[in-house]
Design a protein around this ligand. Structure first.
Ligand SMILES: Nc1ncnc2c1ncn2[C@@H]1O[C@H](COP(=O)(O)OP(=O)(O)OP(=O)(O)O)[C@@H](O)[C@H]1O
Ligand SMILES: [Mg+2]
Length: 202
């Protein structure tokens, strides 16, 4: 079990190097994030692929934001997402890039689908993200339109029995209680409040 905010926070230097100077990258960690049980290195590879894709979609620069939050998925939403009802951690990667035409958006999760020139992309990044998130009991969705940028939303199962156990342990030991963490923004290092909106589900 681990904290997704810690993992993304630990990738900060790598992500800043990846996006370069023209893109403003920000991270808004959701407060009190539930721990997830999944593969750390695959999650890192997924975040890196989503960020690399966003960078490639913004050759002239733009804004790339990563945000996390807890979400309880009820029966209706579970049916719509094709997942079990329960507790989840949501990670959104949103960019202001060129977007995708509907035929491209329909194919992006297929293995070997790429619009990049030969040698620049294998087309395996998003199929890997899709398989990994599904294997973790979650789902990945994308919302996009040409000229509107896009948001990739990865939703990971956060088994409640495990995080409740962790929470009660940290109550017994206040020194380890998770604190609200500041978010970071490339270069300017702005500190801001994490925010989330419970009705923002799709
Ligand atoms: N943020 C994005 N904005 C616009 N198009 C995107 C974005 N993310 C993915 N795509 C499209 O989806 C395609 C598939 O992405 P995917 O990550 O699977 O492969 P790739 O980036 O082309 O290659 P690889 O990840 O293997 O280096 C991309 O070639 C691109 O056309
Ligand atoms: Mg890619």
């Amino acid at each position: 079990m681990f904290d997704v905010n810690d993992l993304i926070g630990g990738m900060r230097s790598l992500l800043n190097l990846t996006v370069g100077e023209k893109i403003v990258l920000s991270f808004e960690p959701g407060p009190g994030l539930w721990p997830v049980r999944t593969d750390r290195s695959q999650l890192e590879a997924s975040v890196l692929n989503l960020v690399t894709n966003a960078r490639d979609a913004m050759p002239a620069g733009g804004t790339l934001s990563i945000a996390s939050r807890n979400q309880t998925v009820g029966d209706d939403l579970a049916l719509e997402f094709g997942v079990q009802a329960g507790e989840y951690v949501v990670v959104d990667v949103t960019d202001t890039g060129v977007g995708m035409a509907p035929d491209v958006a329909a194919a992006i999760f297929e293995p070997f689908f790429t619009t990049k020139r030969a040698g620049s992309g294998t087309g395996l990044g998003l199929s890997m993200v899709f398989g990994f998130v599904a294997q973790s009991g979650g789902v990945v969705r994308v919302r996009t339109a040409p000229g509107e940028g896009r948001r990739f939303r990865c939703t990971f199962r956060a088994p409640s029995s495990a995080w409740k156990r962790l929470r009660s342990r940290s109550r017994r030991c206040p020194a380890t209680t998770p604190q609200a963490k500041p978010c970071w923004q490339s270069r300017t290092m702005k500190v801001c409040c994490a925010s989330w909106n419970a009705s923002y589900v799709n």
